[in-house]
Design a protein around this ligand. Structure first.
Ligand code: ATP
Length: 240
């Protein structure tokens, strides 16, 4: 398969992780190159969230290795991973409901006032609705706006790689398409994206390449065009 990465921003090698007796990752290897959108497809419980949490350092793998920008991540805390260039938008769009949209974004920044203002400006260009709603409270936003805010928060640190867990969850097809369009814009601004999704069609519209997970393993990988034609993809996503 001609799915060679364009660079080696992220390398995951033979990763295993478990929750007690449950094996959630059973020898997972994948790469994300600089400037790529890579889809991570699979049904509920396939292990997508666990893989993303392992990359972020929230779940500790029992075996295998993760390298980001050439550095082994074993023993590196989640906050140090964030400082090193990993951004994370968790499943379920966690925004602070009682805080304004602007403050939701500002609390995610550790940079100087000047850098923070520039970053805020970038995010407003990507998501104009967040500027219009800047003084609204988190709880007042629609589901799609909350998702955009959650992604905006993860972008405040200007990450090299954005880990995005199920952004389409609970969104209408129209809003899902809107979010996916922004993912392409994020990539075009120089942030690679690892996109965990159950919505295969929408994810493959924006992804360059993808991996398919089933029961903690990668069962298929290839370019978006190859995966669109692959019978294994639908089986893995529908069949669990
Ligand atoms: P989803 O879209 O539902 O989040 P997923 O592909 O992200 O699915 P994971 O959440 O990574 O899958 O789950 C992988 C496996 O690990 C499943 O069998 C799941 O039940 C189990 N699992 C996930 N989180 C926990 C946990 N905190 N404790 C015990 N088992 C868990």
């Amino acid at each position: 398969m001609s799915d060679k990465p364009t660079g080696e921003l992220l390398e995951v090698e033979s990763l295993r992780a478990r929750y007690g007796e449950i094996v959630a990752l059973d020898g997972v290897s994948l790469q994300v190159g600089a400037g790529e959108v890579v889809a991570l497809l699979g049904a509920n419980g396939a292990g997508k969230s666990t893989l993303i949490k392992s990359i972020m350092g929230i779940v500790t793998a029992t075996e295998g290795a993760i390298r980001f920008r050439g550095q082994a991540l074993a023993g590196v805390s989640p906050s140090a991973r964030a400082r090193g260039g990993l951004g994370y938008s968790p499943e379920g769009r966690r925004v602070f409901p009682g805080m304004s949209v602007r403050d939701n974004l500002l609390v995610a920044s550790r940079a100087s006032a000047r850098v923070t203002a520039a970053q805020l400006n970038e995010i407003h260009q990507l998501f104009p609705a967040l500027l219009q709603k800047e003084h609204a409270m988190g709880w007042q936003l629609s589901g799609g706006q909350q998702q955009m805010l959650a992604i905006g928060r993860a972008l405040m640190s200007n990450p090299r790689l954005l880990l995005l867990d199920e952004p389409s969850l609970g969104l209408s097809p129209v809003l899902t398409s809107e979010v996916m369009t922004r993912i392409r814009a994020i990539r075009d601004r120089g942030t690679a994206v690892l996109l965990a999704e159950q919505n295969v069609a929408k994810a493959l519209e924006v992804a360059d390449r993808g991996y398919v997970m089933q029961l903690g393993r990668i069962v298929e990988h290839g370019t978006a065009a190859q995966l669109e034609q692959s019978p294994l993809v639908l089986q893995a996503v529908l069949g669990g």
